[in-house]
Design a protein around this ligand. Structure first.
Ligand SMILES: C[S@@+](CC[C@H](N)C(=O)[O-])C[C@H]1O[C@@H](n2cnc3c(N)ncnc32)[C@H](O)[C@@H]1O
Length: 417
């Protein structure tokens, strides 16, 4: 694998993504781990891989303009990669064509060469035809999502959201005050830039490997913290983080608790719990006890029950991820309308079971990184109907087109029993 070029890595990743039922992130990081690309080449491979995935409908529209007969899947992967470079990455035409032809088999070469050269000649026409296409083609989003976003937020916001999803996301880090204060962090890592009105956050141009290894920061979008802020945990309290892995919010909760008290961090995913443990250890946190638990199945284990009742519970529920689609690039291609029926049932069941462990007077925060009402406000209404003793406190959300961070939702419920 070691000799693969960035373009070959991207192409292999795209083929694997098409054939294997695996997340795009897992596919490309496994591939990169098997190769010895330089840092700029890794960046280029990622740009190509995610860039094509973000623009599938648009690239296929251009392929349809260039050839009306059937295009087989292998050829399509190459054409998508070539057209992405030609029209969206603005690579010089000769390089985009030559390098894509180099990736093709002998049999495919004449077709790829011919179609990409024609595309180059017809550049202005093809770009202007794309500009006249409906939003789902121009921005490569499923039509059912666009329809619901237009209904829920209006046409302008839906357009802004689709454009937002297609921008490569910035790398934000939360400074871990348990190990370092922001002033010292900025002087130690001059490559980091402060973010307006977010003193605990910085922006990086690339992944800050050293700061991460030392536990000085954690890669996180500022929107993820609204749930922890509503939870408002205090030192010495007992907190349940019901869906905790990989531990981003657990770590911030521990910081708010000044690393004093008890956090029980649960997750049903056996593979994600070691990542949580590793993160917690690196960030210098000593109050987290992690357990594997599925809130939709079986009884609560003795270890969890023995700490209950909890002062505060966070349910950062699994969701459709529609607020973080610029980071989770393939989400849009996996989501189905029926997920908006299935997910709320799961979210309700998880929260219903966890709520039973809340002490009288305690606070439960329900949160998602979705922007869909079924998973947010409607779900909270359902919980309030089910638990008459729970009262709604604050409710807050982050919307990409309004707040310019990832989408997120959090509601604070108080147990008045
Ligand atoms: C949104 S993620 C949590 C992110 C985490 N709070 C953080 O800030 O890093 C949702 C998590 O819920 C877990 N999960 C999904 N269904 C679950 C269930 N039924 N019981 C427990 N955990 C579950 C998933 O494995 C996933 O790690």
């Amino acid at each position: 694998m070691a000799q693969l070029s960035a373009r070959r890595v991207a192409l292999t990743g795209l083929r694997r993504w098409r054939m294997e039922a695996r997340f795009a992130d897992a596919i490309i990081s496994n591939l990169l781990a098997e190769t010895k690309l330089s840092i700029p080449d890794r960046g280029f491979a990622l740009e190509l891989f995610y860039g094509v995935l973000r623009n599938l409908t648009l690239l296929d529209f251009w392929i349809g303009c260039l050839r009306t007969s059937q295009v087989d899947v292998d050829l399509r992967d190459l054409l998508r990669l070539g057209l992405y470079q030609l029209f969206l990455l603005k690579t010089a035409e000769h390089a985009a064509v030559y390098e894509t032809v180099e990736l093709a088999s002998k049999r495919q070469r004449p077709t790829i060469n011919g179609m990409l050269r024609t595309a180059g000649r017809r550049r202005n026409e093809l770009l202007s035809r794309a500009g006249a296409q409906p939003l789902f083609v121009r921005t490569s989003h499923p039509q059912f999502l666009i329809r619901r976003w237009k209904e829920n937020f209006g046409a302008e916001a839906a357009e802004a959201l689709c454009e937002w999803d297609n921008e490569p996301p910035p790398v934000y880090g939360r400074i871990n005050r348990l190990k370092i204060d922001p002033e010292k962090f900025l002087s130690l890592y001059p490559e980091s830039g402060p973010i307006e009105r977010r003193p605990d956050f910085v922006e990086f141009q690339s992944v800050p490997t050293r700061a991460l290894a030392l536990g000085h920061c954690y890669i996180q979008d500022p929107s993820t913290l609204i749930a922890c802020e509503l939870l408002d945990p205090k030192p010495a309290e007992k907190v349940l983080d019901a869906c905790a892995a990989p531990g981003g919010k657990t770590a911030y909760i521990a910081q708010l608790m000044k690393n004093r008290g008890t956090i029980v961090a649960c997750d049903r995913d056996a593979a994600r719990l070691p990542v949580l443990k590793d993160n917690i250890a690196r960030l210098g946190i000593g109050i987290v006890h992690s357990f594997r638990h599925d809130w939709t199945r079986g009884r609560v284990s003795k270890e969890i029950a023995s700490v209950a009742p909890f002062d505060r519970i966070l349910v950062d529920a699994p969701c459709t991820n529609t607020g973080v689609m610029r980071r989770r690039v393939d989400v849009r291609w996996r989501l189905r309308p029926e997920d908006l029926i299935r997910m709320p049932d799961e979210q309700f069941e998880i929260t219903r079971t966890a709520t039973k462990l809340l002490k009288p007077g305690g606070v439960l925060v329900y949160s998602t990184c979705s922007i869909e009402p079924e998973e947010n406000g409607h779900l909270v209404e359902r919980l309030l109907n089910h638990f008459p003793q729970m009262r709604l406190g604050d409710e807050t959300s982050s919307l990409p087109f309004r707040d310019h961070f990832d989408g997120a939702f959090a509601a604070r419920l108080i147990n008045t029993a």
